[in-house]
Design a binder for this molecule. Sequence first.
Ligand SMILES: Cc1cc2nc3c(=O)[nH]c(=O)nc-3n(C[C@H](O)[C@H](O)[C@H](O)COP(=O)(O)O)c2cc1C
Length: 424
Amino acid sequence: MKLTQALRLVSVKLPTGSSVERAMSRCHTVEDLRQLAARRLPLPVMEYIDGGADGELSLANNSAAFERHRFIPVALADVSTTDTSTGFLGRRAAAPLGFAPTGYTRMVRTEGEPAVARAAAAAGLPYVLSTMATTSLEELATGPTAEAERWFQLYVWKDRARAHELVRRAAAAGYRVLEIAVDTAVPGNRLRDIHNGFTIPPRLTPASLLEIGTKPGYWMRMLRAPALEFANVSDSAGSNALTIENIGSQFDPGVTWSDLAELRAIWDGDLLLKGPISPADAVLARDLGVDGVHLSNHGGRQLDRTIAPADLINPVRRAVGDDFAIVVDSGIRHGADIATAIALGADLAMIGRPYLWALAAAGEPGVAYLADLLVGQFRRTMQLLGVASVDELRRRGMQLLDEEPVLPRPHTPGEIPGLLLPQA
Ligand SMILES: Cc1cc2nc3c(=O)[nH]c(=O)nc-3n(C[C@H](O)[C@H](O)[C@H](O)COP(=O)(O)O)c2cc1C
C-alpha cells in the first residue's frame, strides 16, 4: 500500500478546546477522574481523600455491595422518553443524586465548596455543606447558589450552644434540610493520614517541597489563595491549623437521643440522621419526628467493618414504610449504583469522593462534567432496564434485582417495643 493510501485510512484528530475540555474528553468513568486527580494532588492530600479507617474493610465493601446486585430488565418497554428527575421531600431534583458533605474542600482545590455547590445547582442536584467546610453557611446563601437546593450537615459540637447557633444560622441562611451526623462520637482511625503525617492545612515539609516541582498547579494555587479556615466554626476550633489528632477534641462522644429531641425542637425544616442507621434506630428516629435517614458509613472513614449502606437500604425501607426519606451514600461510582439504590428502596443517592476527585482534576467544570457523566450513566441504565421514570424504578424495585440482600442483625431484639422486624 502506498503512503497516500495508508494516510487516507487514518483519521488524524488534532487536539481542540481548552486544556480542561481536553482532559475531560479522556475521562469516561469516575475512576478516570480519580486517576487525573492523583496526578494533580500531593500524595498526602490524595490519600486523605481516598483513605478509610483502620483496615479499610468498610471502604472496600461499599462499592462491592452495590455491584453484587444483578439487574433483571423489563422487556419491550418504551423508553424513548426517559425522565431521570425525581421528587424528594417536596422538591424536584434533576436525578436522584446529590453531593454529600465533605470538610476542607478548599484544600482539594482552592475554589472549594462554592465551585461544587455551583456545579450541583447548575445540574439541578442538592448539595450538602459540612460543619467543617472552608466556606461559610452565609457565603453559599448569596450569588449563584442563593436559590439552590442547599442542605447543612451538623456535627453536634461539645459546646451545645454553638451547635444550636449553627442550626439557627442554617435556618436564617435558607438551608432546607439539616443532616445530623451520628457516626462521629470520635474520629475514625485513618492510618494513611497518620503514616503521611498529614495536617490540615497541608504543610510544606522537605518531602512536599520536593513534590512542588511535580504538582506546581496545586501549590501555586494554594500559596496564592487566602489561608484555609473552618469558616463556620473557626472560633470554637481555635485555630485553622488543626491536626488529625486534635480535631477529635471537638467531637462529643456524649451525644444522645435527647440532643436529637432538642435539635428537632429548634429546626423547623426537614431533618435527617446521617450514619449507618439500623432499621430499629430508623424507626425510633421516625417516631421522634425525624424526616429521614442518610444511610452512610462516611465512605468507610469512621467505624471500620461497618455494614455497607447499600445493604441497609432495603431492611430500613421495610422497617420504616414508604413515607420516610432514605438517602444513601458510600461507594457510589456509577449511574448503575444509583439505579440499584433506588430499586432497593432509597430516594436519593449521594457521592463524596467522586466530586472531590473531579474538583481536583478540573475545578468546577470537572464537577459539572462528573454530574453529567453520572446522570448519563443513570439514564442509560434506566433505558436498558426498561424503566422510563424514577417512580417506575422505585415501584418495580426488587423485581429488577436478582438478589435479596442479607438482613443486618438487629441491635438488641425487643429494644423498641412494637417494632416488627421485616421478614426476609
Ligand atoms: C475527604 C472527605 C471529607 C468528608 N467530610 C465529611 C464531613 O465533614 N461531614 C460528613 O458528614 N461527612 C464527611 N465525609 C463523608 C461524606 O459525606 C460521604 O458520607 C462519603 O464520602 C460517601 O462515600 P464515598 O466517598 O464513597 O462517595 C467526608 C468524606 C470525605 C471523602
